[in-house]
Design a protein around this ligand. Structure first.
Ligand SMILES: [Fe+2]
Length: 231
């Protein structure tokens, strides 16, 4: 008995080879579309940043408080990048840091700050996640820190104050600064005495990060923006 041999039908595939010039035109067009959407996201985020900065400058006249707000913003953005968040989420983290002490100059009473600033942010239709995170950084508001952004903001706020103070007294500012330098500064109670060390420790526990990694990430974030921070 002869075995039937299965012969698959081979279909002829015609490959249309476009001239190189057409292929390269298509590629150039695709690149341009990608670049222009990246550019439009970049431009949108730049505009949002400028609006947030203008609001901060309207409410805060003290140069040192502005710098503090900016230091918290860059530390927040550093964390968002480490978490591989999207560009839009990085902006939200950055803004929560920049605006967290928005009303501190006008309303320094710890029972009012940052409630008044958040009323303004709500009026201007800022993202509710930013507002909740900002409210949560002062426990007097009674707003719990559930989200990552809120926990990060609390964890970096006082720490930025300590690291900025440390950078100011070191001739090499952020260079060769390590987590060990921060730990030593934490122990010296008379150095930057207004910084609440307990809040720094509490923030680390809440965020569930190692102390060394936390300190290093904030040092590196501030170092990357040292020009803007006045160093
Ligand atoms: Fe602060």
């Amino acid at each position: 008995m002869s075995r039937k041999i299965f012969k698959p039908k081979v279909q002829r595939i015609y490959i249309i080879k476009l001239p190189i010039s057409v292929n390269s035109l298509i590629r150039q067009f695709t690149n341009k579309v990608t670049q222009s959407s990246k550019l439009s996201i970049f431009m949108k985020n730049m505009r949002i940043r400028e609006e947030a900065r203008a609001l901060l400058y309207e409410w805060v006249k003290s140069e040192s408080l502005r710098k503090h707000c900016l230091s918290v913003a860059v530390a927040m953005a550093g964390y968002a990048k480490k978490l591989n968040l999207s560009d839009d989420e990085i902006e939200l983290y950055w803004m929560s840091g920049l605006l967290h002490d928005l009303d501190y100059e006008r309303f320094p009473d710890i029972n009012v700050h940052p409630i008044e600033g958040c009323k303004e942010l709500r009026r201007r239709e800022f993202d509710e996640e930013i507002i909740t995170a900002i409210l949560g950084h002062n426990e007097k508001t009674g707003i719990k820190r559930y989200g990552k952004m809120a926990k990060t903001l609390f964890a970096v706020d006082e720490l930025c104050g300590l690291i900025m103070a440390l950078a100011k007294v070191r001739p090499e500012n952020f260079e060769v600064m390590s987590s060990e330098s921060v730990k030593k500064a934490m122990k010296k109670k008379d150095f930057a005495a207004a910084i609440n060390r307990e809040d720094i420790q509490k923030g680390i526990v809440e965020l569930e990060v190692s102390e060394d990694e936390h300190f290093e990430l904030v040092i590196n974030s501030l170092k990357e923006s040292k020009g803007e921070l006045g160093f």
